[in-house]
Write a protein that binds this ligand. Structure first.
Ligand code: IMP
Ligand code: MG
Length: 180
């Protein structure tokens, strides 16, 4: 493991088991619905790829890319759409798939934006959720793991575009996580 990694927080087995459970719940909850998963690029790609293979009902997949973090590890608070959906979501049951909810700013913006397009339902599925105040107002329907307020990498999560390909969720060494 790299010297920049402090430790493994969630190993491959645990992730696999939890993703399977989440897929099962989603399959049951959306059995007679018109499910459209909206993956948030780029972090959610690994999670989404594993999750959809655990969903046993017909689904559609689309992607959005937003920027909320610069190249450092602190949120900018500014959310910009870099890539919009290809599909119209009007009347569809939309589930936003996120890698991690930290301050909740990105989700808040996405929910507001997508709601205006009149989906039949709009909910959130995230692999990880940090414990922080602002999230309480957001209704996350599916959450894989609650995680401590550390900077995490792996399984899609990056630090300056590095470590997305780690199979586990790991904590970055705290001295590298500089809040300015
Ligand atoms: P929020 O707007 O603060 O909730 O941040 C959401 C986005 O920031 C996530 O979708 C991630 O892309 C990124 N992010 C938040 N926390 C972390 C982390 O610990 N590691 C890597 N990326 C993170
Ligand atoms: Mg993200």
């Amino acid at each position: 493991m790299s010297k920049e990694i402090e430790k493994v927080l969630i190993d491959e087995e645990k992730i696999k088991k939890r993703v399977k459970e989440m897929g099962k719940s989603i399959s049951e909850d959306y059995k007679d619905k018109n499910l459209m998963l909206v993956g948030v690029l780029r972090g959610a790609v690994i999670f989404l790829a594993d999750l959809v293979r655990e969903i046993k009902i017909p689904i559609k997949i689309d992607f959005m890319a937003v920027s909320s973090y610069g190249s450092s590890t602190k949120t900018s608070g500014v959310v910009r759409i870099l890539k919009d959906l290809n599909e119209d979501i009007k009347g569809k049951d939309v589930l936003i798939v996120e890698d991690i909810v930290d301050t909740g700013l990105t989700l808040k913006y996405l929910l507001k934006n997508l709601k205006s397009r009149k989906p039949a339902s709009l909910d959130v599925c995230t692999l990880l959720k940090k414990k922080s105040e602002q999230q309480t107002s957001l209704n996350v329907k599916y959450c894989g793991f609650e995680v401590p307020d550390k900077f995490l990498v792996g399984y899609g999560l990056d630090w300056d575009e590095k470590y997305r390909n780690l199979p586990q969720v790991c904590a970055l060494k705290p001295e590298l996580h500089i809040e300015d």
